[in-house]
Design a protein around this ligand. Structure first.
Ligand SMILES: [Zn+2]
Length: 76
């Protein structure tokens, strides 16, 4: 859970999540489509999935805090 390379920062604006930059295709900014319940679950370590709207890459999210998401593979 603490491997920096598996993290990616996000911004929260109201109920929407944004990545300043997509870790795959570097589009920016990118709005992430993820349900409120999935976010709550991710904070508790329940796996969820994000499909990037820009390049359709899939991120298996294994955790989340107020600044970062954790993925099951290196994002940087
Ligand atoms: Zn992308």
């Amino acid at each position: 859970m603490d491997d920096f390379h598996h993290t990616w920062p996000y911004e929260r604006v109201m109920n929407d999540l944004y990545f300043e930059e997509c870790p795959f295709c570097h589009a920016s900014p990118v709005m992430i489509s993820i349900k409120k319940e999935a976010i709550k679950g991710a904070f508790e370590g329940i796996k969820t999935e994000i499909i990037m709207p820009c390049c359709h890459e899939k991120i298996a999210v294994t955790g989340m805090d107020n600044d970062y998401i954790w993925a099951d593979r290196p994002l940087r």
